[in-house]
Design a protein. Structure first.
Length: 379
C-alpha cells in the first residue's frame, strides 16, 4: 500500500458495535469486568484504549514498524525511549538536537547515573570514538533541529550495531512521508506528533514506533508503567490529521524548496540551511535517504542586519515556537526553542545568536515570498 493510501486506511477497522467508519472516541478511563478478574477486552485506559490503539496502528504502518505507541508529548515519547537505559549506561547523542532533548539528557538523566556524549552523528569517526564499553544507545535527529543537518542513517546504524547499541531516530522534521528510518537501519523511530503529524498547531503529542519484538515489549511496559499516554480525544484528532499528512507534506516540501532557493539568492541573506539546496553539504545524503527535503529551513542574515527587526516585520510568518503546522512560523532558536542550551555549547555547535528558523506552511508560495520580501526590505 502506498503511503498516500496508508494515511487514510491503515489501522482503520469499522467499529464492531455500530459499523462506524471512523473509530469512535472511547472517552473512558476504565472497562467493566464481567466477573472478578475477567475483563471483557480492555482493563484500564492507561494500558488500553481503542481510539489510541487506532492511531498507534496507523503510525506503525506509516513508519514501516510493527508497533506504535502514542504519548502525551514528544518529550514523553523521548523519555520513554531513554528509559530503556539504566543507571551506569552511556548514550551517544547528536550535537544538534532539540533543546528539550538536550535538557532531558543533561539535566534529568544525568541525575539518574546515565551519561551522554554529544557528537556530530554524521561523522563516523566521532561516533566510533565516543563508544564506551557501557554505551547502549545512539540517539540522533535527522534532519536536525535547528541546523537541518542530515545524518547518514545506514552508516551510523552500522557503527552502532557493531557495538550492540540501540539506534533511535527522531523523525519529527522529516515525517514518515519524507523518510522512514526503520528501513534505513534504525531500531526505534520517535516523533513529536505536535508537529507535522498533528499538523494544525492544536495539540501536543508524541510517538514511538518499533519493529523488534523485544523493544516493542519494553516500550509497551514503559508506556503503561510511566503513563503519559495520548488521551482518547487527542488520539482521534491526531488520527484525523494523519489523513492529510501526505498532501500537507508534499506542499510543505515544495513551498520550502521555493523559499530556500529565493533566500539562497538574496543579497541580505548570508546563509541558508536546507538539505534540498544543491550547494548544501547535506544534500547528497538527504537525496539518498529522503523522499522529500521537508518544510523546515534556517537562515542567517548578513552581518550587521538586525534579526529582531526581521522576525518582527513578518506578517504571515507568525513569530512562535513549534513547527510543522499548516501555518508558517518563524523563530530565533537562541532565545526560543534552544534557550535551554548553555550559550557556549550552542555556539560551539553552530547555533548562532542570529540564527532564524522557519517552518514553511502550506499557504500560497506567492504570499509567503511576498511576505519574506517585504520583511527583508525593511532591513
Ligand atoms: C525534533 C523535536 N523532537 C522533539 C520535540 C519535543 O516535542 P513536544 O514539544 O511535542 O514535547 C520537539 C519540539 O519542538 C522537536 O522539535
Amino acid at each position: 500500500m502506498q503511503i498516500e493510501t496508508a494515511v487514510i486506511h491503515a489501522g482503520i477497522q469499522e467499529d464492531p458495535l455500530t459499523g462506524a467508519v471512523i473509530p469512535p472516541i472511547y472517552q473512558t478511563s476504565t472497562y467493566h469486568q464481567a466477573e472478578l478478574g475477567g475483563h471483557v477486552k480492555y482493563e484500564y485506559t492507561r494500558g488500553e484504549n481503542p481510539t489510541r490503539f487506532a492511531v498507534e496502528a496507523v503510525m506503525a504502518t506509516l513508519e514501516h514498524g510493527t508497533a506504535g505507541f502514542a504519548f502525551s508529548s514528544g518529550m514523553t515519547a523521548i523519555h520513554a525511549v531513554l528509559t530503556l537505559l539504566h543507571s551506569g549506561d552511556h548514550l551517544i547523542i547528536g550535537t544538534d538536537v532539540y533543546g528539550g532533548t538536550f535538557r532531558l539528557v543533561n539535566r534529568i538523566l544525568s541525575n539518574l547515573g546515565i551519561t551522554a556524549t554529544a557528537v556530530d552523528t554524521n561523522n563516523p569517526h566521532a561516533v566510533q570514538e565516543a563508544i564506551q564499553p557501557n554505551t547502549k544507545m545512539l540517539y540522533l535527529e535527522t534532519p536536525s533541529n535547528p541546523l537541518l543537518h542530515v545524518t547518514d542513517i545506514p552508516q551510523a546504524a552500522k557503527i552502532a550495531h557493531q557495538a550492540q547499541m540501540i539506534v533511535a531516530v527522531d523523525n519529527t522534521f522529516a515525517s514518515p512521508i519524507n523518510q522512514t528510518p526503520l528501513d534505513l537501519g534504525a531500531d526505534i523511530v520517535l516523533h513529536s506528533g505536535t508537529k507535522y503529524l498533528g499538523g494544525h498547531s492544536d495539540l501536543i503529542s508524541g510517538f514511538v514506533v518499533t519493529k523488534d519484538s523485544g523493544l516493542t515489549e519494553q516500550i509497551k511496559f514503559i508506556q503503561m508503567s510511566i503513563g503519559g499516554v495520548l488521551s482518547p480525544q487527542d488520539s482521534y484528532l491526531l488520527q484525523r490529521s494523519l489523513k492529510t499528512l501526505a498532501l500537507r507534506v508534499e506542499r510543505h516540501n515544495s513551498n520550502a524548496n521555493r523559499l530556500a532557493e529565493y533566500l539562497n539568492n538574496h543579497q541580505k541573506i548570508a546563509k541558508v540551511y536546507y538539505p534540498g539546496l544543491i550547494n548544501s553539504p547535506d544534500h547528497q545524503i538527504a537525496q539518498a535517504q529522503m523522499n522529500g527535503f521537508g518544510g523546515m529551513l534556517s537562515l542567517e542574515l548578513v552581518t550587521g542586519l538586525d534579526t529582531k527587526t526581521f522576525v518582527e516585520s513578518m506578517r504571515l510568518f507568525t513569530l512562535a515556537e513549534s513547527l510543522g503546522g499548516v501555518e508558517s512560523l518563524i523563530e530565533v532558536p537562541a532565545v526560543m526553542t534552544h534557550a535551554s542550551i548553555p550559550r557556549s555549547v550552542r555556539l560551539e555547535n553552530g547555533i548562532s545568536d542570529e540564527l532564524v528558523r522557519v517552518s514553511v506552511g502550506i499557504e500560497s508560495i506567492d504570499d509567503l515570498l511576498e511576505d519574506m520580501q517585504q520583511a527583508l526590505a525593511q532591513l
